[in-house]
Design a protein around this ligand. Structure first.
Ligand SMILES: [Zn+2]
Ligand SMILES: [Zn+2]
Ligand SMILES: [Zn+2]
Length: 236
């Protein structure tokens, strides 16, 4: 890999010199630091990495270098939903896709031949000639999922998440309060909408319920096992 990096750097130097740019040495430091990381880095993270190496370049210069690397095919720009723009290596002839954790923003790469083949097959069945694609799968990484197995207040559950009501904190007869909302301990619920503000919309027994945020802080839930715990059972 290090050898490959040396080649990429020499390649970059030639192209940058051909550009007739100033600050060539500084541009080479930026690509050095970029090639050294295997992360999907933001401009801010790039600046931090450069500072750690003793190079104090302003964000504008770093952004300009990164964008030039994208133009020259050394880097690719990624804009994952809800995150700042990131840059990653572009290795010629190699492709991968991404899992994106919506909780800790971790990005995990994967490559799967079956998925790639299937995409080409589906496209060709539609008479579509595929040039490129990107597959981004959003969800929770294994660490974030593990943390979520513990009890959390209903108010913290995410949209689309399936949860089980475990306990009701506070008040003299918590179960009666739950019952007044049409809920019981052990009920399986789908979060239809939780924007982080105002009421939370739940799917329960094939109907929708709106629960106030205050009360949702007191209802403790755990994350359900996706497939085993269906919220809305079909009649059998
Ligand atoms: Zn792919
Ligand atoms: Zn995570
Ligand atoms: Zn990647």
């Amino acid at each position: 890999m290090a050898n490959n990096d040396q080649l990429e750097k020499a390649n970059f130097r030639t192209l940058v010199e051909a550009d007739g740019n100033d600050r060539v040495q500084e541009r080479l430091k930026v690509i050095d630091v970029f090639l050294d990381t295997e992360e999907h880095v933001t401009i801010e993270q790039m600046c931090r990495l450069l500072t750690e190496k003793g190079y104090d370049y302003d964000a504008g210069f770093v952004r300009q270098c990164m964008n030039r690397m994208v133009d020259l095919g050394f880097a690719q720009k990624k804009h994952f939903e809800g995150q700042p723009i990131r840059y990653e290596h572009k290795h010629l002839g190699r492709h991968h896709d991404h899992f994106i954790c919506t909780k800790c923003e971790k990005i995990i790469e994967f490559a799967d031949e079956d998925i790639e083949r299937l995409q080409i097959k589906i496209a060709s069945e539609q008479g579509f000639h595929m040039l490129q694609h990107r597959m981004e799968i959003y969800g929770l990484c294994s660490e974030c999922l593990e943390r979520r197995k513990a009890l959390i207040p209903l108010a913290m559950a995410k949209t689309s998440e399936r949860i089980i009501i475990r306990e009701m904190a506070g008040g003299p007869s918590p179960q009666a309060r739950l019952a007044s909302m049409g809920l019981r301990l052990g009920d399986k619920i789908e979060i239809i909408n939780n924007t982080g503000q105002g009421r939370i919309i739940l799917g329960h027994d094939c109907t929708r319920l709106a629960i106030g945020r205050g009360i949702a802080q007191k209802i403790m839930v755990s994350v359900a096992d996706e497939d085993k715990d269906k919220v809305c059972q079909e009649e059998t």
